[in-house]
Structure formats: structure tokens, C-alpha cells
Design a protein around this ligand. Structure first.
Ligand code: 7TS
Length: 404
């Protein structure tokens, strides 16, 4: 059992008011809120040991380097990567996907095929379309079903000796569907294809084991799991990170530079050109510590309770249409009320202090499938409560009566 009151006490922002009402924050799939321990770690860094890393003999630089590399080890442990240099620190999921997509430019040819799913965020679609434009390779799409799951029969048929890469999200940001990634990975490996898993939405709810999954790449953003914005990681199997060229050239990623030839640094530095977000990476490690202290099993069980509670209450509203109705779901609810634009609901509930996201959620193909402009999306975290869901339901009913 989680002590929600104690947990809520860790998050300063949860005590503010919005439009004169206590904040109810249900936009966790966009970004999660930040506990005091994470905020303190950033203040501590800039107050006490702000210095550039990996290059100074002086004490501050050594302290900053130790804290930064210590965070990498925490991330390695959290995801159960075999080696710490298989963890590349990035600015977020988008960065990680682009690093791999750009790196594959020289590894694909015009006869090759790569496979995406219909449930992706734009950041796991557009970089691959750009890769196909450059290489002439073909992008194939695993279709979705009405319930918001992937059509695995079609996936089976799409795979062939031509398939070089498969990239899917672990959890859909727009619908909350938890995809059968282990099965997707095993099926791709049967044809020798590499797999990238976009873990941006899974990592706040699930503790993935990259060795057990056996994926080639797994990427996520710190800001969705209680860390700061502008930081993330991509795990890559060592042999694959060695195959890919560096993403950016610059300081830190070299072994030796002359005007005739530059040789690159070993992993992970080959992919970490320039001064990184040092405070952010350290804070990412603190955020993982914080969430692990609470426990991912406990988080998932509690969020599931919130999901079931909210689903039942929402379904009792006349004209309610939920999108994403599979059993295996993270705590994300997407919905519309017949005859009402999602934006109007979002605006009215905001006046009542409640933050939800409205629109296409950067997943336009899903909206096109349902032939809708967007949805209202409420996404819950372990610091939310059933009382907040009651306030939300009241607010939605109020919006409905004002708009219909
Ligand atoms: N992949 C998925 C599945 C996502 O949900 C997001 C962000 C990204 C990638 C990109 O992450 P970033 O940290 O690099 O921006 N999703 C959302 C969302 O659902 N609402 O706002 C951002």
C-alpha cells in the first residue's frame, strides 16, 4: 500500500492552486511532476559542484564526473543493461530515436524494409520516414484494431528477410495500450531484424529489463518519470552501438583529432559530443532512486486501481466514447463526448483547476483511424487520488451541461 499523502508531500507543485482551485494534474503522459529530492539535487549541483565533466583535474570537475557517471550506473542497473557503456545519455526519447535512425543511413539499401506500428508518437515515425527518403528503403506499418491493439497477424506477414529494423512503442501515449513487445522482438529476431523500443510512456509505470526483452535499443525520457526535461537515455547492445556511426561530431566524442583524420572515442562517449545536461543526468539518477524506493510493482498496482475507477465513472456519462479499450493498459484514458469538441472540455476543466491534454497527442495516424480530430486525455500517476478523479468527473459533467 502506498502512503499517498506522504508521497504528495514530496511534490511541491501539487500544493498550488490553478484558477483559484487546487491543482488536479492529469497530464502525466506529457510530463510528470518533480519530487523535492530531484529539485534539491539540481540546486545542490549548481550550488556546490558545478563544473564540466571528464576533462578537469580539479576537485569540482572530479565530483561532477563521479556524480554523472554514477547516474549512468544507476540507469544501467534500473534497466538491467549488461554494461554501463551501453547506456547513452541523451536529451530525451526524440534524440535517442534520431540517433539510431540517422545512424542507419549507411546500413540500409533501397531493397530493405523497416516496420513501424500504427500506434506511434510522431517522434517514432518521422525520423524513419526521413531515413527512408535518404536510403530508398520502404516503411511498412503494423495496423491497429478498433480496441487499440496491434494486429499481430499482419505483423507476422509483414516480416521477411528484407526486414532490417522494427520500431514500436512499449506503451501508446494516446491510448495507453501496453504492446506485446517481447513477442514483437522475438518475431523480428527470427528474420535477423533489429528492434528499437520507444519506452517513453512505459518507463513511468514498468521497470523494463533490456536483457530479458533482448531488444537492440530501448529509449526513454527522464521528464516522464519524475526527472527533469531535456534528459533521457538510449540503451543499445554494444555490438549495435559499435556498428552505428557517431550522431554528432564535437568535443568529448573523439580519440584523436588532426586535420587529416579524426578517430572516435570508445562507447559511450562516441555518442555524447559536447557538454551534456550534467545536472539533469544526475537528477535523472535521483528520480530513478525515488521511484524505486516507492516500487514499480506498487506504482503499477495503484495506477491500475485509478484507471479502473476512472474508467467506470467516465463510462457512466451519457454520450461517452472511450478510445483504447484493451485489457493490458497503462493509466491513460482517451475519450470524447458525443457532439462536443475535446478542446472545449479541456478548456472548461482547466478553469476548474484540472490539467488534461486535448488534441491528437502527436499521434495523428491513431486519430485518422478513428476519424476524429483528437481526444481528451487524462493520464494518472502514483501521486493522483480517487478524490481527484471525482473532481474530474464533476468537472466533465459540468462541461457537458454547458456545451450540449
Ligand atoms: N514517444 C512517445 C511514446 C511519447 O509519448 C513521447 C512524448 C515521445 C516519444 C517524445 O518524447 P520527448 O521527451 O522526446 O519529447 N509524448 C508526449 C505526450 O504524449 N504528450 O506530450 C508529449
Amino acid at each position: 500500500m502506498l502512503d499517498i499523502n506522504k508521497i504528495r508531500g514530496d511534490f511541491p507543485i501539487l500544493h498550488r492552486k490553478v484558477n483559484g482551485k487546487p491543482l488536479v494534474y492529469f497530464d502525466n503522459a506529457a510530463t510528470s511532476q518533480t519530487p523535492r529530492a530531484v529539485i534539491d539535487s539540481i540546486v545542490d549541483y549548481y550550488s556546490n559542484y558545478n563544473a564540466n565533466i571528464h576533462r578537469g583535474v580539479h576537485t569540482l570537475s572530479q565530483e561532477a564526473t563521479n556524480a554523472y557517471e554514477g547516474a549512468r550506473q544507476k540507469i544501467q542497473k534500473h534497466f538491467n543493461a549488461a554494461k554501463s557503456h551501453e547506456i547513452i545519455l541523451t536529451s530525451g526519447t526524440t534524440h535517442g530515436i534520431n540517433m539510431v535512425a540517422t545512424g542507419f543511413t549507411d546500413l540500409l539499401n533501397a531493397d530493405d524494409e523497416i516496420i513501424v506500428s500504427a500506434l506511434e508518437h510522431h517522434s517514432n515515425i518521422v525520423p524513419w520516414q526521413m531515413l527512408c527518403e535518404k536510403t530508398g528503403a520502404t516503411l511498412k506499418v503494423i495496423p491497429m484494431t478498433d480496441e487499440g491493439s496491434l494486429d499481430m497477424e499482419v505483423y507476422k506477414d509483414l516480416l521477411s528477410e528484407k526486414t532490417k529494423l522494427v520500431f514500436v512503442n512499449h506503451v501508446s501515449n494516446a491510448l495507453g495500450t501496453i504492446n506485446p513487445v517481447k513477442q514483437i522482438i522475438d518475431m523480428a529476431h527470427h528474420y535477423g531484424a533489429a528492434v528499437l523500443i520507444d519506452g517513453a510512456q512505459a518507463t513511468p509505470h514498468i521497470k523494463p529489463d533490456v536483457q530479458e526483452l533482448d531488444c537492440e535499443f530501448y529509449t526513454c525520457s527522464a521528464h516522464k518519470l519524475c526527472g527533469p526535461t531535456g534528459v533521457g537515455m538510449i540503451y543499445g547492445k554494444e555490438e549495435w552501438l559499435n556498428k552505428l556511426p557517431p550522431y554528432q561530431g564535437g568535443g568529448e566524442m573523439i580519440s584523436e583529432v588532426t586535420f587529416e583524420k579524426t578517430t572516435y572515442a570508445d562507447l559511450p562517449h562516441k555518442f555524447e559530443a559536447g557538454t551534456p545536461n550534467i545536472a539533469g543526468v544526475i537528477a535523472f539518477g535521483v528520480a530513478l532512486d525515488y521511484m524505486n524506493r516507492i516500487g514499480f510493482d506498487e506504482i503499477a498496482a495503484y495506477e491500475n486501481e485509478l484507471l479502473e475507477y476512472a474508467t467506470e465513472k467516465l463510462l457512466s456519462i451519457e454520450g461517452m466514447k472511450l478510445y483504447g479499450t484493451v485489457q493490458e493498459k497503462a493509466s491513460v484514458i482517451s475519450f470524447n463526448i458525443e457532439g462536443i469538441h475535446p478542446y472545449d472540455i479541456g478548456s472548461i476543466v482547466d478553469k476548474l483547476g484540472i490539467a488534461v491534454r486535448t488534441g491528437h497527442h502527436c499521434a495523428q495516424p491513431i486519430m485518422d483511424y478513428y476519424k476524429i480530430p483528437g481526444t481528451v486525455r487524462a493520464s494518472f500517476s502514483f501521486y493522483n487520488t480517487k478524490e481527484e478523479i471525482d473532481l474530474f468527473i464533476e468537472a466533465v459533467l459540468k462541461a457537458k451541461s454547458m456545451l450540449s
